[in-house]
Design a protein around this ligand. Sequence first.
Ligand SMILES: Cc1cc2nc3c(=O)[nH]c(=O)nc-3n(C[C@H](O)[C@H](O)[C@H](O)COP(=O)(O)O)c2cc1C
Length: 317
Amino acid sequence: MTDLDPRALRHAFGAFATGVTVVTTRQPDGTPRGFTANSFTSVSLDPPLLLVCLAKTAHSADVFATAPHFAVSVLAENQKAVSGLFASRAPDKFDQCAWTPGPADMPLIDGALARFTCARHQLVDAGDHLILIGRIEHFATAEGQPLGYFRGNYFSVGIEKDLAEAAAATKGSRLGAVLACNGGVLLKHEGDQLCLPLSPHPTLDSLTAKLTALGLAPEIDFVYAAFDDRSTGGHAVYYHGQVSVGQVSVGQVSGGQVSGPLPPDYRIVPLADLATARIANPAEAQMLARYADDFRNGSFSIYHGTETTGQTRQIGA
Ligand SMILES: Cc1cc2nc3c(=O)[nH]c(=O)nc-3n(C[C@H](O)[C@H](O)[C@H](O)COP(=O)(O)O)c2cc1C
């Protein structure tokens, strides 16, 4: 026992962003076993060593502690479900994903970015975990983007380049924000239609300054969409964030109308009304429909592409 708060310590450990791996082996009767691990570390080139830490409470702890071989598959960004599967205690994990027996008959996860087959080199007893140190006998790599893990959420690392390029190209183009406020989204009237708040200049500072001047307290948290908008002939970047409006409570939002001190021409449209709201720009209308879905699913994704076709990438809950 120590006087360190284990929850706080777990949170501090979570500040270290990692990739995600699935560690596999076979039990003596040949049944494949595996678990998800982000504790993977490369250790040595000469001799070639790696390690993973395995909780002593894991169902498969005894099997891994005695198995002469194990393998590590580094997951790609589209393998979140595989990570979830091997983090579960499902008895039939290997029936639910694609895998192939590799060297030493070790199960290797199909589609992984890197796969290492190891002979057990050393087993270190370390508190409530075992450190499995493997001597790499075979390995293979593939091109692609990795699955990332940070503070309990998965993330994609491959998207920043696209976003940075789109953001850099926003000169003369549009920069706006999807701003959550009291159970709805902040929109601005444009005649009898609505639009998202836009920045006068395509920089985040300019957006923040505009919202602040309107008496809103913006808290911008991530890029929500970056796309080529062919309907307006430019790039568009939309941030996601929150604004708070003095004295407006959820109860004051009824039928999309707010009686609180919102700036003139602005209103908060409840999530349930977004699908039917008269949004002037079709790309914004699509984005808001996606936003309502993301909100319902409790998990946000970044969109990039064009105003009509593109990809979304999950960025966490
Ligand atoms: C992203 C992620 C990373 C994980 N990393 C580890 C790890 O490094 N070591 C570990 O023992 N468990 C880790 N876990 C938890 C195990 O995957 C989980 O306890 C699993 O049920 C163990 O399988 P088993 O009980 O069938 O052996 C992780 C889970 C997730 C979702």
